[in-house]
Ligand binder design. Structure first.
Ligand code: ADP
Ligand code: MG
Length: 694
């Protein structure tokens, strides 16, 4: 029997009453199988004695004699303190906050087992977080009931659950039901890596006999989880017809339309762009359905790659859709598409939710008739009334801004269309393998030549005049500047500068000689369009904004990015914002202006920005600061459905599991592998490509 087949319900366990059954159910535990899958979050080693005097090295675990009771505090809030001594002669006190009943538990002169974290306070060794158990006599538990003399599991709790009941139920479940649980890992792998049989791993992860056994059990279960994850990923990749990664990058051979575009460009593709479009062409020309993630730092020129991809899809008569997260960005792409592709005879169009009804109806009609080749837009691209004649390629820009459902909805507009997702939020490789494990990945590692790295400066807000003076020189040289604020409008009490007030101040007081404008998400789309148009054309020289300009905006003549209250922004936002400058051949500058009330985290972020320009490095730092679940684009992945594996910590095992899974399925595509309890949860809810935590 496999673990997932242990569907026998919890009420079969001794001592499981309605209250505990309900509490367990609310934590998702209804069957014995799901109970056993609730692996501990930690373990306490109570198998080894740690005398009081070693309290600094580890939690104390020893036998003590109770000496005396005292009470301190006044009135109704008296607190009990019990003095104890161990066999090494060290004395300590147990402070029993809210536990007056311990007076009756610990009798002077008797011996007890003691576990706890101690520290020196008020001239004595103290603990208020401790556990005791009678060593012998009437109060002592039977040896198998004792919380001492073993490595004790510590579980993540939910309301209504406590360690005692989880330990009791899990112990019982192991004894009664886990024996016949069958192995789920292929035997050769188990033997190769010295992993445990499943039943033993289960027992040992909950109640290990030694630290070595625990380590083996964890390795076994982590590997098993990752292996099945990769089996799933591999099956999906195969279902698409993907050959998988690891093949040598093909030479980029432009199609006639692509060649036509390249000849009109004033520059050559970077090697990274050429490599990426080479891989995309191979996918599009081949039999498989493309599912490719294009990663490239801000400014690496992903848009152009997506246009080239669109040409390849359009050439044989297909349609392509390019979806961007904001109207601002979609419009910019649409304008570029019109400028670059119309001369080639390609018919682009721009679709958002804001187009007037009459124009919209006509546009949708042409789309359905196949008179539009490339449609660029926001989520309006998959609105109900949008129908496509022959949608062959879906490009999703800034993919992390879209939810799984939206990505799915636009894909559903075609029949197995090819998918290209673009991301300027670099995801570290180990995480990418997990989160986007079922996609192929192309990376643009280089920047267009002639770019100078942006010079970054930190400035205290009291030194803002110096920053303004610097920007004034750039403006005098014909350049443009962004000023970014954390708030749209003034918010009393927050003491923060806001975009609205600052736009007025910049225009009237600071730079009265230059035209300034204000842009933020609450402004009307038509206004935003006009402002961006004027900023692009150079008619507006200073743009006061919120982080709306974070995404994709491309104005190469802008060389200054001033971010006020920079310590309030996250690392990925700061990196994106800084990426708005440094897009032309001239030296660009980024000023991170920070408040006096700088927090430690804020300081760390600014330091990371000052010391790094590489988006991948910044993403790694972000990961360290925030933890993987917070990485943009992975929040809604199935990442957290993993029970015990952590793709970052276990990255080596992940790579091994991936190789193993792909190799096994290569040899035996029908591999009758049993499905696996924890992965089964993932299987049931697995969202589509690149969003499943796999
Ligand atoms: P991102 O990858 O951040 O989306 P964009 O596609 O917006 O970058 O490109 C940034 C700028 O670089 C654009 O102005 C684009 O025209 C320009 N660009 C793209 N490819 C090249 C190249 N090979 N050489 C020079 N400039 C390029
Ligand atoms: Mg972009």
């Amino acid at each position: 029997m496999f673990l997932r087949e242990l569907t026998i319900t919890i009420d079969h366990l001794k001592g499981a009453g309605p209250v505990s059954i309900r509490a367990l159910a609310s934590a998702g535990i209804t069957s014995v199988g799901s109970l056993l899958c609730r692996y501990p979050r930690d373990w306490e080693d109570r198998s080894r004695a740690v005398p009081l005097r070693d309290f600094n090295a580890a939690p104390v675990c020893t036998v003590v004699r109770a000496l005396a009771h005292t009470w301190f505090g006044s009135g109704g809030t008296k607190t009990l303190k019990v003095y104890v001594e161990d066999d090494k002669g060290t004395r300590a006190s147990l402070v029993c906050f809210n536990r007056p009943f311990i007076e009756k538990v610990l009798k002077a002169g008797n011996y007890y087992r003691l576990w706890g974290a101690f520290q020196y306070r008020y001239g004595e060794l103290q603990s208020s977080a401790f556990e005791v158990e009678a060593l012998d006599g009437a109060g002592a538990p039977a040896p198998e009931q004792s919380a001492f003399g073993r490595i004790l599991p510590v579980y993540a709790l939910r309301p209504g659950l406590n360690q005692g009941m989880l330990r009791k139920f899990i112990h019982q479940a192991l004894v009664q039901y886990a024996g016949p649980v069958e192995d789920e890992l292929p035997r050769p792998i188990r033997d190769r890596d010295g992993l445990l049989p499943k039943a033993q791993a289960l027992r040992a992860v909950h109640f290990p006999e030694s630290l070595e056994e625990l380590k083996k059990a964890v390795r076994t279960l982590v590997y098993e989880e990752l292996f099945y994850l990769e089996v799933l990923v591999c099956r999906r990749a195969k279902a698409r017809g993907s050959q998988g990664g690891g093949r040598s990058a093909p030479q980029f051979r432009p199609s006639p339309l692509q060649q036509n575009l390249l000849e009109r460009l004033p520059f050559a593709l970077t090697p990274g762009q050429a490599g990426a479009i080479g891989e995309i062409n191979r996918d599009l020309d081949g039999q498989c359905q493309m599912a490719r993630l294009l990663q490239g730092d801000v400014g690496s020129g992903k848009t152009l790659v997506s246009f080239l991809a669109a040409l390849r899809a359009v050439e044989p008569g297909g349609q392509a859709a390019l979806m961007a997260p904001t109207e601002l960005l979609a419009r910019q792409h649409a304008e570029n598409a019109a400028a670059l592709l119309e001369p080639l005879g390609v018919r682009p169009a721009f679709l958002t939710g804001n187009i007037r009804a009459s124009g919209r109806a006509a546009l949708l009609k042409s789309l359905a008739a196949g008179d539009i080749d490339l449609v660029v837009g926001t989520h309006a691209l998959f609105s109900k009334d949008a129908a496509y004649k022959n949608l062959r390629l879906v490009v999703i820009d800034e993919q992390h801004r879209f939810g799984v459902v939206q990505r799915q909805a636009v894909m559903a507009k075609g029949e197995r269309p090819d998918l290209l997702m673009m991301s300027a939020t670099p995801i570290p490789r180990t995480l990418a393998l997990t989160v986007f494990g079922d996609m192929d990945i192309s990376v643009i590692p280089d920047m267009p030549s002639g770019r100078k790295p942006v010079k970054t400066h930190l400035a205290r807000s009291s030194n803002e005049e110096k920053v303004y003076a610097f920007v004034r020189k750039e403006l005098a040289a014909g350049k443009q500047a962004y000023f970014v604020y954390p708030l749209i409008e003034a918010d009393e009490g927050k003491g923060l500068k806001d975009a609205e007030s600052m736009a007025a101040r910049l225009a009237e007081e600071v730079f009265p000689e230059y035209p300034a404008a204000l842009i933020h998400s609450k402004r009307d789309e038509e206004e935003k369009r006009k402002i961006m148009e004027r900023f692009r054309a150079g008619a507006v020289r200073i743009l006061a904004a919120t982080s709306v300009v974070e995404v994709g905006v491309d104005v190469p003549n802008a060389t200054c990015m001033v971010i006020e209250h920079a310590d309030r922004f996250g690392l990925s936002a700061l990196h994106q914002l800084r990426g708005r400058v440094g897009r032309g051949k001239d030296q660009s500058y980024c000023f991170l202006v920070y408040s006096d009330s700088l927090t430690e985290d804020g300081k760390t972020r600014l330091k990371v920005m000052l010391e790094n320009t590489d988006g991948f490095v910044i993403a790694e730092e972000d990961l360290k600061l925030r933890g993987p679940g917070q990485i943009a684009g992975t929040e809604q992945s199935g990442y957290f459905m993993l029970g015990i594996a952590d793709p970052l910590r276990d990255s080596e095992m992940l790579a091994q599991a991936r190789t193993d899974a792909f190799a096994m399925l290569e040899r035996d595509p029908g591999l009758g592998l049993p499905e696996y309890q924890c992965v089964a949860r993932v299987l049931d809810t697995a969202p589509p490509f690149g969003s499943m935590g796999l």
